[in-house]
Design a protein around this ligand. Structure first.
Ligand code: FCB
Length: 458
């Protein structure tokens, strides 16, 4: 952070009312998977599959946030953060996926929202952060349209019960829910299907559209509705025409497959060409695009790194180098520093390009919140790598704002170390360290740094 007047240099470009926040998600922190009537989600089931999660770990106990939430909200208040992005666990609220509503599950989120408001922190509630009730997966999961309808019912139930949430996010990262979960099998439900993943991607978007319509009907004054996408610019690994075309295919799969229907009411024209033989889009119905593209009050963008894409022959012998869709792309592994503790490339320019690219491509782009950005490392408390990462990405955000992109806020992933999905607990993203044996929380250097940034911006 460069400072002449004691304020970080990037602060100058950010609007006065910029929202400073932190983010988490239910399955990654709550634990208490059997408490108060919660039923299993696809992640409870996936964690039991041998080899699915590093060290055979699961979210069974996680950070025990379900019981320790007041302490965690105090940590947010200690940062001076104005907002907290959390997710609601569908299997706590509607354990069977549809039908009976579990009041005790809703009560937990009521307490949480009340606790936030008492501390002057604005709640941003995500309705789906990957924890589909297993009962719905048993009926086809996101491969089937019925799940989208059930999601809208569940969304309406939560919305009605939680007064005092001004910002609603329907989905977190539909790319990961569909491609990583149904094609690559690296996430729950662990499926490796081409066409099933395409159907899942579409049904997630339909679920977003149906839920948005239901929330709009009942919206209280001032409530805003949006969706969060993970975005990674696809950069050609070389200037060759082959790698350039490969990057374009990757951009379709990761970004445009979601941004275009949401923001431009159309699926990209190159979908059939890229997906080849699995291009059976019979799951699309008339009217779907209108539903999916209903106006958003804001777009949530999660950004971590860009993807460096090279063309790879379809008969690439090493399965680890193929995408599950087999779109003829190889992701070039990070080469040389700088990389995060997890080996993810540190390229803040990718965030700038994402934000300015969105604004250029979609002139009516709604206001953007960066709903996740953060650094995964080990268990060090003096996390200088994280500080440098956050500093550079806030500078990139400020550059995009200076160049005209309407970015309203930034949420650091994550408040506390937590269950990092298939990587288990070894990958730590928190501003606050968690000792999982004792559940003791210890703020890291980045926590103090972020508190100072927020203080300088307030
Ligand atoms: C994102 C997820 C979030 C967290 C970060 C590191 O893809 O939304 O839950 O795991 O990555």
């Amino acid at each position: 952070m460069t400072a002449t007047d004691g304020r970080p240099a990037f602060m100058g470009a950010l609007p006065q009312e910029f929202v400073w926040g932190v983010a988490t998600s239910a399955y990654q922190i709550e634990g208490a998977v059997g408490a108060d009537g919660r039923a299993p989600s696809i992640w409870d089931a996936f964690c039991r599959v041998p080899g699915a999660v590093a060290a055979g770990e699961s979210g069974e106990h996680a950070c025990d946030h379900y019981h320790r939430w007041p302490e965690d909200l105090d940590l947010i208040a200690g940062l001076g953060a104005g907002a907290y992005r959390f997710s609601v666990a569908w299997p706590r609220v509607v354990p069977g996926g549809d039908g009976r509503v579990n009041r005790r599950g809703l009560d937990f989120y009521r307490r949480l929202v009340d606790g936030l408001r008492e501390r002057g922190i604005t709640p941003f509630a995500t309705l789906y952060h990957w924890d589909l009730p297993q009962a719905l997966e048993d009926r086809g999961g996101w491969r089937v349209r019925d799940t989208a309808e059930r999601f809208a019912d569940y969304a309406a139930t939560v919305h009605e019960a939680l007064d005092g949430v001004p910002y609603w996010i329907t989905l977190n990262e539909p790319y990961c829910s569909s491609i990583t979960g149904y094609a690559e099998g690296r996430h729950a439900p662990g499926a490796r299907e081409g066409h099933g993943a395409l159907a899942a991607a579409h049904h997630l978007l339909v679920g977003h559209g149906l839920a948005t319509a239901r929330l709009r009907e009942r919206a209280r004054k001032g409530e805003r509705i949006g969706v969060t996408l993970n975005m990674s610019p696809a950069v050609p690994a070389s200037p060759s025409p082959e790698d350039t075309a490969a990057a374009r295919r990757m951009d379709l799969m990761v970004n445009r497959q979601f941004t275009e229907p949401l923001l431009a009411a159309a699926y990209p024209g190159d979908m059939a060409e890229v997906y080849g033989e699995i291009s059976d889009f019979s799951f699309r119905r008339p009217g779907d695009l209108g539903l999916i593209s209903a106006p958003l009050d804001f777009l949530g963008v999660n950004y971590y790194y860009p993807i460096h894409a090279a063309a790879a022959p379809y008969d690439q012998p090493d399965p680890a180098l193929r995408t599950a869709y087999d779109i003829g792309v190889r992701t070039v592994p990070p080469a040389g520093p700088p990389v995060s503790g997890l080996g993810w490339r540190v390229e803040p320019r990718g965030l700038y390009d994402t934000l300015t690219g969105l604004a250029a491509r979609h002139p009516g782009l709604p206001p953007v919140f960066i709903t996740e950005n953060g650094y995964g490392g080990g268990d060090e408390l003096d996390d200088t790598g994280r500080i440098s990462y956050l500093d550079q990405h806030l500078a990139a955000t400020a550059d995009a704002v200076a160049d005209g992109v309407d970015v309203r806020g930034y949420f650091c992933w994550s408040l506390i170390d937590n269950f990092e999905w298939a990587r288990g607990y070894a990958a730590r993203f928190g501003l606050v360290h968690v000792d999982y044996a004792t559940q003791v929380r210890t703020p890291k250097a980045a926590y103090h740094w972020y508190r100072d940034v927020i203080g300088a911006g307030s």
